[in-house]
Ligand binder design. Structure first.
Ligand code: UDP
Length: 252
């Protein structure tokens, strides 16, 4: 059963993967629209100093817990988010389950050509899936209206926005109301993985919750700040929240 869990002042929707797929697919096929995000340690650290991201997450219709940092931190604070619902696993499952129901998706984000290759790989894996369109994620503000128009005309069930945290959440927050009936989902580096530009961690590394270490090893120049400094900041956020909760308990 899904329930809402507050972790570091952000509300998550806690549910197992099978339920997340069911809930999402129903939302998409009914054309309910809305905003779906994933929250991992990097998201939480960024949201703590970026009010626009914190607001976007707050306005979301569904926020799913992603990664071992959030799982550990939430358990430490007594509100365990036990299910790891990262988009890299969930989106292919959604496509697989939706393919027989003519699910259509639009891929927005990543470097030029990556969304096209990712789309072709998804189509090959799930032939019933409809690719409504693709667009790279390096466009100017002046190009946004025509990109929105192209998405509106293509009318996918699902718009995958892969522009990284916090750009993708803020972009969705600002534009989802112009895309009624289309569910917008922020998916980070998903297209790079699906297009096989970046290798995913082997299964056993993912199972033991060490995918972040793999990503650090794959792209050390880009990821050291996120995973070395970011993880320390995340740890301090969790510990200071624990101290605050403890003080609250002692005064009541
Ligand atoms: N990206 C983009 N537009 C930008 C900046 C980044 O489309 O202006 C893309 C980038 O090419 C990459 C993705 O956003 O495909 C971010 O990937 P990252 O691995 O940082 O995402 P994560 O899943 O870790 O949040």
């Amino acid at each position: 059963m899904a329930d809402r869990v507050s972790f570091l002042n952000i509300n998550f929707d806690r549910m197992p993967e099978s339920e997340a797929i069911e809930v999402l697919l129903a939302r998409l096929l009914k054309r309910q629209g809305g905003r779906v995000y994933y929250g991992n340690a990097h998201t939480m650290v960024t949201a703590a100093r970026n009010p626009a991201l914190a607001q976007a997450l707050e306005q979301g219709d569904l926020l799913l817990a992603d990664g071992s940092g959030v799982r550990w931190g939430s358990a430490f604070l007594g509100t365990p988010l036990v299910h790891n619902l990262n988009g890299t696993d969930l989106v292919p499952s959604l496509c697989k389950n939706g393919a027989a129901k003519n699910l259509s998706i639009y891929l927005l984000g990543a470097k030029p050509n990556v969304a096209e290759i990712a789309a072709a790989n998804l189509k090959k894996a799930y032939p019933g899936l409809i690719i409504a369109g693709t667009q790279h994620g390096y466009f100017s503000d002046s190009e946004t209206p025509q990109i929105l128009e192209a998405i509106r005309v293509a009318r996918p069930h699902l718009l995958l926005v892969a522009m990284g945290v916090p750009l993708q959440e803020i972009w969705i927050d600002q534009h989802a109301n112009l895309l009624p009936e289309i569910t917008c989902m922020g998916v980070g580096g998903l297209f790079d993985f699906v297009a096989l530009r970046i290798a995913r961690a082997p299964y056993f590394i993912r199972v033991i919750g060490m995918e972040w270490l793999w990503r650090l090893a794959m792209e050390p120049n880009r990821m050291w700040r996120r995973y070395i400094i970011g993880n320390l900041v995340f740890l301090s956020l969790v510990l200071s929240c624990a101290v605050t909760l403890n003080q609250g308990e002692q005064t009541t």
